[in-house]
Design a protein around this ligand. Structure first.
Ligand code: FDA
Length: 305
């Protein structure tokens, strides 16, 4: 049953009509548990609150799979606004974005122009930028953009997904760039030809790449809510004498809030991924797919305005 629900939510996450309707009608169905708000001001307030609690942040203006150049340019403008806000309010926050929101599906020229505009601003204001990883067809294009831009902009990172068979090789190849990588399990629906279908294999591969990337001497963001992976990372760094400056834990806004604070208390760096904006639908569906028990929030949300 859980697998059926998971597939259903992942299928729904790519529905364009629902995405449009969601933008029009605003945050609904309990989505505000996972999304800081629709405006940059609301996101700023959420970041300030998290910072006060000792948590670092990466902010994400929601949007993905954009096929219109003007919209992609506007998305980039919003990212620039977010960078300026982080600087102006002196917040402890990085920026995360999806390349399909910057025009990667439109043309190389559009995505590179938008990324250069953002990274120039990020350089001036010293804000680190992470390229989120999307579905499999966008994996190689995302890594290509990353490699291209990393030569010009040092404060740039990307994401590697443990569920893909290709991942270990990617970690090895990327080592030449000494990259700051966020390592995750992977959130999209991928066929068994390219991704481990069993959770246990994904978890094993996750541990393998955490170890490899850390032992290569690179900065590692372990992005998970899974206690087993968190405990594995803690033991590994202790055993290998890896400094707390070389890694951090990352979690999503609204998920395991108490665990986030517990890790801070234990002396670990923790960064919270804070999404905001009107394009919340796809992001929300993926959070439901990760934990169909969250459906209770949807049901409650149905009875709210
Ligand atoms: P797992 O799914 O095994 O969950 C472990 C436990 O965590 C669950 O038992 C539950 O207690 C809790 N939990 C997990 N998800 C929950 C949810 N939605 N609601 C409530 N509780 C939940 N993916 C991707 O493909 N590209 C990307 O760029 C990113 N970026 C990213 C950034 C950050 C900061 C995080 C934390 C995650 C991502 N992801 C991502 C998502 C990632 O791939 C993965 O889908 C989720 O993190 C869920 O996997 P876990 O590692 O948490 O383990």
């Amino acid at each position: 049953m859980e697998q059926i629900l998971r597939n259903l939510f992942l299928f729904l996450s790519k529905n364009k009509n629902m995405t449009k309707a969601a933008k029009k009608y605003g945050l609904r169905f309990g989505a505000s548990r996972f999304v800081a708000g629709e405006s940059l001001d609301m996101a700023a307030a959420a970041i300030a609150d998290l910072n006060r609690k000792g948590l670092s942040v990466t902010i994400d203006y929601l949007g993905e799979f954009i096929d219109n150049e003007q919209e992609a340019n506007e998305m980039a403008d919003q990212c620039i606004e977010a960078i300026r806000m982080i600087f102006r309010k002196n917040l402890d926050s990085q920026l995360s974005l999806k390349l399909t929101s910057m025009g990667m599906d439109i043309s190389e020229q559009v995505v590179m122009n938008n990324m250069r505009r953002i990274l120039e601003e990020a350089k001036i204001h010293r804000v680190f930028v992470t390229l989120d990883m999307e579905d499999f067809p966008r994996c190689q294009p995302t890594l290509d953009v990353f490699k291209n831009l990393k030569a010009e902009y040092n404060e740039l990172g990307t994401v590697i997904q443990a569920y893909l068979y290709r991942t270990e090789k990617d970690i090895e190849e990327l080592n030449a760039y000494n990259p700051n990588l966020r390592l995750v399990k992977g959130a999209y629906k991928e066929p068994r030809e390219i991704a481990f279908p069993e959770k246990i294999d994904v978890d094993d591969n996750f541990k393998k790449i955490i170890k490899k990337h850390l032992l290569n001497g690179n900065y590692t963001a372990v992005a998970t809510h899974d206690d087993k992976i968190i405990d594995y990372t803690k033991s590994l760094v202790k055993e290998q004498g890896i400094s707390h400056d070389q890694f951090e834990f990352q979690m999503l806004f609204g998920i395991r809030n108490e665990k986030q604070l517990e890790l801070v208390k234990e002396g670990y760096k923790v960064r919270v991924y804070v999404p905001y904006g009107t394009d919340w639908y796809g992001y929300f569906m993926r959070r439901l797919a990760e934990r169909p028990a969250n459906i209770a929030f949807v049901l409650k949300g149905l009875f709210k305005k």
